[in-house]
Design a protein around this ligand. Structure first.
Ligand code: C5P
Length: 274
């Protein structure tokens, strides 16, 4: 039995550069893992099974965990049945990358359980086939990501920082947010300048997906304004939403139909999982 934590992420900044002919968007984003975790239990067994503590999560082939198992088997040509149990804590349709993180955690776990047939570089290269955010979760927790999100530039850890995640009960489907994006209307910014800002201690948080996300869910903009009025700093959309992250010492006051989570930046050591 192998038990591993599966972290969430925030995008400290997320710049959309252009729409690609394949329908995806070219982006440049500083991704950071946070210590809001799911937990996965893996056991080699007689037959495949996936169970989950959250009945609203599909446990069939639609779950990215199975996509990771299939990909690992296909690439390594190994055959093995595996039991997986997923303890879900990361809210879904939140822009926190929970499903992608579970897939990355599964690739790492299977590689361990099978005696490390693949290098971390191979796992990273394969993982882009599962989804755009999966590769990030095979980094050490702080990365500048480009392409669809799957091209990694690993960075040293940023100073440990506490933050709040504020999540409306309603979620946002990623593809719907991207479909509502008008790339020509975005503010021109050079993501390399944004990155240098973070690395030199002059952070500027932003997310180009806020415009379409706020259009689809107007109450998200009201929530951002409310948090800013309460004194929270840099209230920014996580990924494609619907959660926001912000900085402040006290817990956000209770907001109807919203949940808040305290979190911190988290990184893993070179040869260890989170
Ligand atoms: O890659 P993934 O399956 O996570 O992407 C989900 C959806 O988000 C895609 O189908 C696409 O509509 C959108 N997307 C995009 N550009 C990206 C990443 C995702 O348009 N860089």
């Amino acid at each position: 039995m192998l038990t591993l934590k599966s972290p969430a992420k925030v995008n400290l900044f997320l710049k959309i550069l252009r729409r690609r002919p394949d329908g995806y968007h070219e982006l440049a984003s500083l991704f950071q893992a946070i210590n809001l975790f799911d937990t996965l239990h893996f056991k080699m067994s007689q037959e495949d099974s996936l169970t989950c503590t959250d009945p609203s999560i599909p446990t069939d082939g639609a779950n990215l965990v199975w996509k990771a198992v299939d990909l690992f088997r296909q690439k390594t040509q190994l055959t093995f049945p595996v039991n997986i149990h997923l303890e879900k804590n990361i809210p879904h349709q939140a822009g926190l990358g929970g499903g992608s993180s579970n897939a990355a955690t599964t690739l790492w776990a299977l590689n361990q359980l099978c005696g490390e047939p693949a290098t971390i570089g191979q796992l990273q290269r394969w993982s882009g086939e599962i989804g755009s955010d999966v590769t990030f979760f095979l980094s050490e927790g702080t990365s500048y990501c480009t392409g669809r999100g799957e091209i990694l530039q690993s960075l040293p850890s940023l100073p440990t920082t506490s933050l709040w995640i504020v999540k409306p009960l309603e979620g946002l489907p990623t593809n719907q947010v991207y479909q509502n994006l008008d790339v020509s209307a975005l503010e021109a910014r050079d993501p390399q300048v944004s990155l240098e800002g973070f690395l030199s201690g002059k952070a500027e948080y932003f997310n180009d997906l806020e415009v379409p996300a706020f259009r689809i869910m107007p109450k998200l903009l009201s929530l951002k304004m409310q948090l800013l009025r309460e004194g929270f700093k840099s209230v920014t959309l996580c990924g494609s939403g619907s959660s926001l992250f912000c900085f402040g010492n006290k817990q956000p006051s209770p907001i109807q139909d919203c949940r808040s989570y305290a979190a911190q930046f988290v990184n893993r050591l070179h040869h260890q999982w989170f």
